[in-house]
Design a protein around this ligand. Structure first.
Ligand code: TYM
Length: 335
């Protein structure tokens, strides 16, 4: 387990275990987490408390939490270097979230795009948790005094509100929380739906052809890319009104490391059909080793349990310090 006194900057990020983990999650977040492990003191979490803002079927939910944990390791996160914990195992998160709720305005939560989207999508269950979700996310981050938070572009607004809450709290009580910076990679930060490339790729999309899951079978991945919506042009290049192709070039670029110009040159004179198949192939090859490792991890439950217990022990120790500090500043009596 890393020393907490290390001078390396602290990175914290998390993913919800709400079913399928998509290529968007992988390219926008997980892949960057793996790279950052070398140079930063990283802490990662499976954000299961966040997931119950929409209804979860208990048995499936339990399995999804474990699957998400195994998938993080399969992507290359080494829990002996970067502790990985399950959010609900570390009680400080829910506690700090409550405190932060009292320093967060109704108005600023109402402006959150994700709240507006999700409350439309789940109009029969617009619960208070869905509304206060950003304060729990702020707690996740602030508890660890994180310097940087690697996320996809869709989480930028939540990062901003976390900073605002921290700044407000520090303004009242003096320096308590570090202000976190978002870390949004140049490529892959916003992977779009394969069926409606004006919308982000999302696991909650009912059209299964709109997303690729990290654990999809190779033939399924290929089928989804071949069906990807494009346009009536024929040239493989970035352009206005070419959202589908722009997205596929973005995915290809993220997976292969090639620039969009290199990709355009490579596919000169070839049609969209060839290009879609090539993107499919590149994604299959990228995901193949992850899928193999996932199968090993998920069949080794003892190892997963050992790691998530160690992870939560580490996370509790670290986060308790911040929670105690915040509570003392507010005026609560120490135990
Ligand atoms: P979640 O679980 O929706 O997504 C996990 C990560 O994947 C990124 N992502 C994408 N990136 C690119 N293209 C896409 N189509 C795409 N879809 C998702 C997300 O930006 C995210 O980085 N609230 C967070 C989870 C969370 C968290 C935190 C994150 C809870 N506590 C503390 C950072 C710090 C969420 O719902 O992500």
């Amino acid at each position: 387990m890393p020393e907490t006194t290390e001078k390396k900057k602290v990175i914290l990020s998390a993913i919800q275990p709400s079913g399928t983990i998509t290529l968007g999650n992988y390219l926008g977040a997980l892949r960057n987490w793996v790279k950052l492990q070398e140079d930063y003191h990283c802490i990662f979490a499976v954000a299961d408390l966040h997931a119950i803002t929409v209804r979860q079927e208990p048995k499936t939910f339990r399995q999804n939490i474990l699957n998400a944990y195994a998938l993080l390791l399969a992507c290359g996160i080494d829990p002996t270097k970067s502790p990985v914990f399950i959010q609900s195992h570390v009680h400080t998160h829910a506690e700090l979230a409550w405190l932060l709720n009292c320093y967060t305005q109704f108005g600023e939560l109402s402006r959150m795009t994700q709240f507006k989207d999700k409350s439309q999508k789940h109009s029969d269950n617009v619960n208070a948790g869905l509304f206060t979700y950003p304060t729990l996310m702020a707690a996740d981050i602030l508890l660890y005094q994180a310097d940087m938070v690697p996320v996809g572009a869709d989480q930028k607004q939540h990062l901003e509100i976390a900073r605002n809450i921290a700044e407000r709290f520090n303004g009242i009580y003096g320096n308590t929380f570090k202000l976190p910076e978002p870390y949004i990679a140049q490529v892959g930060a916003r992977v779009m739906s394969l069926q409606d490339p004006t919308k982000k790729m999302s696991k909650s999309d009912e059209n299964v052809n709109s997303w690729v899951a990290v654990l999809d079978k190779p033939e399924t991945i290929m089928k989804k890319f071949k069906r990807a919506v494009t346009d009536s042009d024929t040239v493989v290049c970035v352009g206005e009104g070419k959202d589908g192709i722009n997205n596929l070039i973005g995915i290809m670029s993220a997976v292969t490391g090639k620039t969009s110009e290199e990709i355009t040159a490579e596919f000169e004179g070839k049609g969209y059909g060839d290009f879609k198949a090539a993107v499919g192939e590149a994604v299959i090859e990228e995901l193949r080793p992850i899928q193999e490792r996932f199968n090993d991890y998920i069949n080794n439950k003892d190892y997963l349990v050992e790691q998530y217990r160690k992870g939560s022990e580490f996370a509790l120790k670290l986060s308790q310090r911040t929670l105690d500090k915040a509570m003392k500043k507010i005026g609560f009596i120490a135990k």
